[in-house]
Design a protein. Structure first.
Lengths: 347, 176
């Protein structure tokens, strides 16, 4: 019975939805960035006059990879799907018809990914997975135009600006929902690191701490040049083993409240390093967005509201005026938000 | 949330986590048995994933693909697919897919991509020179990072090698 209760608490105990809303908005922005990055090369990568014809793609992929661009391979169809991806990514970012936007963005992303498997990088995979989990989540509940419109309709708010401000500021007293989709994002992040550590551990170069010697000398992968300090034998050792250590932290330590923040900070440091030194578009930004799933942004937001900055911006006042009881999405009473101690433990 | 709804979601969660795990676990009999079932969920829905970049060891291969196009008037046009280290910091961000493409397409196992690559290069020639391409040679040029020396602060020597991996005549070069 204890296992059943623990399962129920982990997957279904209602929690704030602000975090999901922020992840959705950032993911929408990242999908838009992805679209802008490929915009100059749509012809090259996704049409029959490009580097990979649809027949070759189909032969490489096999028959079970779904893609609208393999069903309708004409250049016109490709541009239409590309245009739709831009429109839906904007509506996903703003939270307008949020869930539908996420589903349509996912179909478009899947179509582009499966059209040309040979050019995909880790960022493409993670962006697609993040969007998939958002499709399953109540990502429209907070930090979205959907929420603003819903509140406006219910409370007959006089104007959109006031409704938007209130929606942004109600923080922890906002809607709550079962967090199972958010948990799947957390598990996915952890799985990325478990998988990567397990696949690196048998490598002699990772074992003897020289792996980053190769990485630093891949001139086609480098982004900005590294200072000469990083090329010393000591730093190559430290960075190689440090990478494994951080990836292990993000796989395991992130699950314990006492070490979570530490693991997330190390992970952020790793990804800032990757973003600086390696040319893997959007990967680090997508991973850092997924990291947010381990945080309770409503608590951070409430803390911000109690600062003088928030008073100056009059956000706190707006929040007070709009304070309403939590709005459970599943017909349950909203729990009183629990206080957290400095160590992150619930009191 | 209604208990039946929790039951359905719980079943989905278990199936989904098992499906993802089966995809990522090391090759084994269990993996074989599981993926025959989870394949039908993971592949069409697009949940396949691999996180083995730089594993088990990072590759030390620096390479690019170069093309030599012969035109009907006897002239030769030389072209390299975009090389990241020759591009500006912004351009290399937008064109990184060329690097990924070359990394995968140059392999012998990817020979099915070579005719499309040759045709695309011939088209670039036609568009940029206005000439009619008749023959395309695809050449890979590479050097491998040697084992780390005691003093890793020195850049390793670049021992470049070349190999022509695909030769083809272009039919209908004027209509590309």
């Amino acid at each position: 019975m204890r296992i059943v209760k623990a399962w129920d608490r982990f997957w279904f105990e209602p929690r704030e939805t602000l975090t999901l809303g922020v992840i959705r908005a950032l993911a929408g922005f990242l999908v838009l960035s992805y679209a802008l990055l490929i915009s100059g090369y749509v012809q090259t990568w996704f049409t029959n006059s490009g580097l990979v014809s649809s027949q070759t793609a189909q032969a490489y992929d096999g028959p079970y990879h779904f893609s609208l661009l393999l069903i309708w391979p004409s250049a016109t169809a490709v541009w239409i799907v590309f245009g739709l991806l831009i429109v839906f990514s904007i509506s996903m970012m703003l939270g307008f018809f949020s869930r539908l936007s996420c589903i349509l963005v996912y179909i478009c992303l899947l179509s582009f990914d499966h059209r040309d498997l040979i050019i995909l990088n880790s960022g493409d995979t993670m962006l697609k997975l993040l969007t998939f989990y958002l499709c399953l989540s109540p990502c429209e509940a907070s930090f979205s135009l959907d929420a603003v419109i819903r509140r406006r309709q219910r409370r007959e708010r006089p104007n959109l600006v006031s409704a938007l401000l209130n929606n942004l500021t109600y923080g922890a007293s906002g809607p709550v929902a079962a967090p199972w989709a958010l948990r799947l994002i957390q598990i996915q992040v952890s799985v990325v690191y478990i998988s990567t550590v397990l696949s690196k551990l048998p490598g002699p170069m990772w074992q003897n701490g020289s792996a980053l010697w190769n990485v630093y000398n891949l001139s086609e992968m480098m982004r900005f040049p590294l200072p000469s300090l990083f090329h010393s034998p000591f730093m190559i050792n430290a960075a190689s083993w440090g990478t494994l250590l951080i990836e292990f932290s993000m796989a395991v330590l992130v699950w314990f409240p006492g070490t979570r923040l530490f693991a997330l900070l190390l992970g952020a440091l790793l990804h800032l390093g990757i973003e600086y030194s390696m040319n893997v578009p959007l990967f680090s930004a997508i991973m850092l967005t997924a990291y947010l799933s381990f945080l309770d942004l409503s608590i951070l937001w409430r803390r911000f509201l109690s600062t003088p900055w928030a008073h100056k911006l009059k956000l706190a006042a707006a929040s007070e005026s709009s304070k309403a009881p939590g709005e459970p999405l599943e017909g349950r009473e909203a729990p009183v938000p629990r206080q957290r101690s400095r160590s992150g433990r619930r009191r | 949330m209604a208990p039946w709804k929790k039951g359905v979601i719980s079943a989905f969660i278990i199936f989904h986590v098992v499906a993802v795990a089966s995809w990522l676990m090391p090759d084994s009999t269990i993996k074989q048995n599981l993926t025959t079932v989870t394949f039908w969920y993971v592949i069409p829905v697009g949940l396949w994933q691999a996180w083995d970049m730089f594993a088990p060891n990072p590759s030390g291969l620096n390479m690019y693909v170069h093309a030599r196009v012969q035109n009907s008037d006897g002239s030769v046009w030389e072209y390299s697919l975009p090389r990241m280290n020759r591009l500006g910091f912004v351009a290399r961000y937008a064109q990184e897919r060329f690097r990924k493409y070359v990394e995968n397409a140059h392999l012998d196992a990817s020979r099915r991509f070579w005719p499309d690559m040759a045709r695309w290069v011939a088209r670039q020639d036609r568009e940029q020179t206005g000439k009619i391409p008749t023959h395309v040679q695809l050449i890979r040029t590479w050097w491998e990072v040697p084992a780390p020396p005691p003093d890793t602060s020195q850049a390793p020597p670049e021992d470049w090698r070349t190999f022509t991996f695909y030769n083809t005549d272009i039919k209908n070069g004027a209509a590309l």
